[in-house]
Write a protein that binds this ligand. Structure first.
Ligand code: GLN
Length: 532
């Protein structure tokens, strides 16, 4: 064990979207076998947290056990490292400024002028150090969002420059991810953007210790030599980050490239264990033995990132079951408007997922699809809104109720999905949203309990509406199994149908806890039911 916390600062240059989150997660994975790794994400925007940001613009809002709504990079951290992250580990400019302004109002600066440097930069450093201490981290991996040169990130770069001065050389390293394009007409890797990006780092007083070059192929020896020479580091400190079939392969590529040895040497860390099990799963993803196709019936189909945890959960199942899972995205507004008949939309589909969502657009289309899969014995997995709509469909078509959700229709005759006012008092984070992991008690012998192999589970939530308790009785009488409830038996957490290939839904988002080494049980059950 290292005597004190080690720091790895991961920054990016040239372009955004190079996969800094995956790089951070991969470095964490490489070091995680015998060290406590705490990944921290710093975002320059002024939103205190991304909870209110539109998923089409920003990708999925990732929810943690503690109810924190965070950047979707936390999904990568958790999926790679198999850890539960915390809200504190996402530091936004919004959070930093908020706490500085609160301190200023309380008079804590004793008449001083409160300034960007040192007050904001100190606040950032203090947040990092407090976390390191609180979490007893062996290695803090700080991912700086955006790219070097972004105005809103400058104080985070400044804070990391200062931190380097405070710790000994073997305790902190800068890892800079850049883009190395291949110019088509010459077919050659170009290192100039990397050099310019490193110039920007150096102008901020930071010399990268390791440069990771994102490129379609591995970096050539020539590229590595050039980057080394112009960016003031050694050739072996330039690491390739090529295009790969699955992101989960990146830790293995980095290891091959010598990144793990390099970090262990520079930070004087003990030798890490191997990645044999991980490599097996990656191999299964790359060489599947079976192939299936499922439909995702959503609203945010324009941006696949808004459902990334679901896609990843399916990849995890595929890795365990050696199966390639193709996904067809179905925009349910088109079903609703009758533009495409359901049979045609579901052609070649072996299972259907109705994921979470908000608002009314597309819901009637989803309800039609759920009716179709229920009556045609097609495997179905409903997530959050997916459970609510499955209950509405069952209530309408089996219980003969004029059922609806008050989220969609305030005047519903049978408000079977309703906003429960008592929720307001208990859950105030994120407005009136019920957020984070909650306990559910599962019915003995239910499909759900068998899949979890437990009668008590904790899954994460992000919703406002619930199945109305007044209707629990009729739903049960008509044959819907309420397979999991809150411990006080008031909230429905899981439902299922017997005598169906697979018809399971949950009020939670089990995809948020799925990891490559531990796929979410309800997803695994869904894929197994299809393969069978
Ligand atoms: N809109 C629904 C609710 O708020 C479902 C939310 C979700 O699917 N995440 O309860």
């Amino acid at each position: 064990m290292p005597k004190q916390t080690k720091w790895i600062i991961v920054s990016g240059g040239v372009l955004s979207g190079l996969g800094k989150g995956i790089v951070t997660a991969s470095i964490g994975k490489l070091l995680s076998s015998n060290l406590k790794i705490v990944p921290v994400k710093c975002d320059g925007y002024l939103n205190v947290d991304p909870g209110t940001m539109n998923p089409i613009e920003h990708g999925e809002v990732f929810v943690l056990d503690d109810g924190g709504e965070v950047d979707m990079d936390f999904g990568h951290y958790e999926r790679f490292l198999n850890i539960d992250c915390k809200f504190d580990w996402n530091i936004t400019s919004g959070k930093v400024y908020q706490s500085i302004i609160e301190k200023e109002r309380k008079g804590l600066f004793l008449g001083k002028t409160v300034q960007m440097v040192p007050h904001i930069s100190n606040e950032i450093k203090n947040k990092w150090k407090e976390l390191a201490k609180k979490e007893q981290a062996d290695v803090m991996i700080i991912e700086l969002g955006g790219t070097v040169g972004d105005i809103e990130m400058d104080l985070f770069f400044e804070a990391s420059r200062q931190l380097k001065l405070e710790v000994d050389k073997e305790n902190l390293l800068f890892c800079h991810l850049t883009y190395v394009p291949i110019l088509h007409c010459v077919g050659e890797q170009k290192t100039k953007p990397t050099q310019q990006s490193v110039d920007l780092m150096q102008a901020r007083g930071i010399q990268p210790d390791i440069i990771i070059g994102r490129s379609p192929n591995k970096l050539t020896l020539k590229s590595k030599e050039k980057i080394a020479l112009f960016c003031n580091i050694k050739k072996n400190e330039v690491i390739s980050d090529p295009d790969i079939q699955t992101v989960y392969e990146l830790p293995l590529i980095f290891k091959e490239e010598g990144l793990l040895d390099l970090i262990e040497k520079k930070l004087e860390l003990p030798k890490s264990g191997d990645l044999i099990e991980w490599a097996k799963l990656v191999n299964n993803i790359k060489n599947p033995e079976k192939e299936i196709t499922i439909a995702m019936c959503g609203k945010y189909t324009e941006l696949k990132d808004s459902y990334i945890s679901i896609s990843e959960a399916l990849i995890h199942c595929g890795a365990t079951l050696k199966t390639k899972i193709n996904t067809k995205w179905i925009e349910t507004t088109e079903i609703e408007q009758g533009k495409i008949p359901i049979e045609e939309a579901l052609k070649g589909i072996q299972g259907v997922i109705v994921p979470g969502g908000f608002g009314s657009r597309g819901t009637e289309g989803k309800i039609k699809i759920i009716e179709h899969v229920r009556t045609n014995n097609i495997p179905f997995l409903g997530l959050c809104l997916g459970l609510q709509l499955a209950v509405i469909e069952f209530a309408r078509n089996v219980c003969n109720l004029s059922a609806d959700s008050t989220e969609v229709n305030k005047k519903a005759k049978d408000p079977i999905i309703d906003f429960l006012p008592e929720q307001k008092k208990i859950h105030n984070k994120g407005g009136t949203m019920r957020l984070g992991a909650y306990e559910a008690i599962l019915k003995k012998d239910s499909i759900t309990a068998k899949l979890y192999d437990s009668l008590r589970v904790y899954e994460r939530h992000r919703h406002r509406y619930e199945v109305n308790p007044e209707y629990h009785k009729i739903l049960t009488e008509k044959g819907l199994t309420l397979s999991g409830t809150s411990p006080d038996n008031t909230l429905i957490e899981f439902i299922e149908l017997q005598n169906h290939k697979y018809f399971v839904a949950t009020q939670a988002h089990p995809e948020l806890k799925s990891r490559l080494e531990q796929p979410a049980p309800l997803f695994l059950g869904f894929v197994k039911a299809i393969i069978k």
